[in-house]
Design a protein around this ligand. Structure first.
Ligand code: AMP
Ligand code: MN
Ligand code: MN
Ligand code: MN
Length: 273
């Protein structure tokens, strides 16, 4: 059974409309899907799924937070998108995103790149603003040649546009998810700039604060990392999730319908709902 519990639409930084994502996921043979946009559940607003359509849709969200100075993401899976906790959490994170965008704009201005905030906001339109919209502005104005260079020079970890001190705490996002009826899942633990020891400390801390699951598979990844993460999930008694982190059709390492099979030792998160 194909399961993909981590995807993005144009409600945040993905390319597809929610209905198109749902259709393409069905065409790709996905049986169980979650749309997990950054700090918004807007995709679910207009998406009342007819019962005959595959895949089965699990409401989700991806919250941004910070742990020990590192930007960390937490998925809320099987949440109630209309709950007070999720509404309040998403609203507060969206204010934080807007304020962060202003700071990114100021910082870019200070190093000689004017109008980035207005440019990024225009590109984002009704979508929740994020660094990818600044990246597109930098590409469109020929300041960089592509998105990868935009992150490498201006927006990635440690660069001038990397502003993290705006997010709700890890405890807070875990509480929003729990209060919203969902399961808090540590997203892509292999993608942070952490040593293996620090990564284990993050996983342990996440568990201690009430987190219930972790992504053992995120897109195309090294089988050795999969084994390491599966072992950590077992050690800390965390449910296992898998997702492509799909954003757009041209990213070959994160495609709808790609195999995301969890190792046999894992307890899949969908067994818990
Ligand atoms: P934000 O949510 O505003 O902090 O932006 C983070 C998002 O930017 C991630 O979810 C990715 O979609 C995207 N992203 C992060 N790093 C890169 C990169 N090196 N190249 C392209 N996109 C990236
Ligand atoms: Mn993204
Ligand atoms: Mn993420
Ligand atoms: Mn994501």
């Amino acid at each position: 059974m194909l399961v993909d519990l981590h995807t993005h639409t144009d409600a945040s930084d993905g390319a597809l409309k929610p209905c198109d994502l749902l259709r393409q996921a069905g065409d790709a043979g996905i049986a169980l899907l979650s749309i997990t946009d950054h700090d918004t559940v807007a995709a679910y607003r207009d998406l009342k799924q007819p019962s005959y359509v595959t895949p089965h849709l699990i409401p989700g969200i991806e919250f941004s937070t910070e742990w020990n100075g590192i930007g960390v993401h937490v998925l809320g899976l099987n949440i109630d998108p209309d709950s007070d906790a999720i509404r309040a959490g998403a609203a507060s994170q969206q204010v934080a995103r807007r304020e962060r965008a202003e700071r990114i704009g100021e910082k870019l201005e200070r190093i000689g790149i004017p109008d980035a905030l207005a440019g990024a906001l225009a590109i984002a339109g009704p979508s929740v603003i994020g660094r990818p919209h600044f990246a597109r502005f930098l590409v469109d104005t020929a300041i960089v040649r592509d998105t990868a260079q935009a992150f490498k020079k201006y927006l990635g970890a440690g660069k001038v546009g990397d502003v993290k001190q705006c997010w709700a705490s890890l405890t807070q996002v875990i509480d929003w998810i729990r209060d919203g009826g969902g399961i808090a899942v540590l997203a892509h633990p292999g993608k942070y700039r952490l040593t293996p020891t620090k990564r284990l400390r993050l996983i342990e801390n996440f568990r201690h604060l009430g987190g219930q699951g972790m992504e053992v598979i995120s897109g195309r990844q090294d089988p050795l990392l999969t084994q390491t993460l599966a072992a950590a999930a077992t050690t800390f008694n965390l449910l296992a999730a898998c997702g492509s982190d799909f954003h757009r059709p041209d990213q070959r390492w994160a495609q709808l319908g790609m195999p995301l099979d969890l190792p046999a030792q894992c307890r899949p998160v969908w067994d818990a709902w």
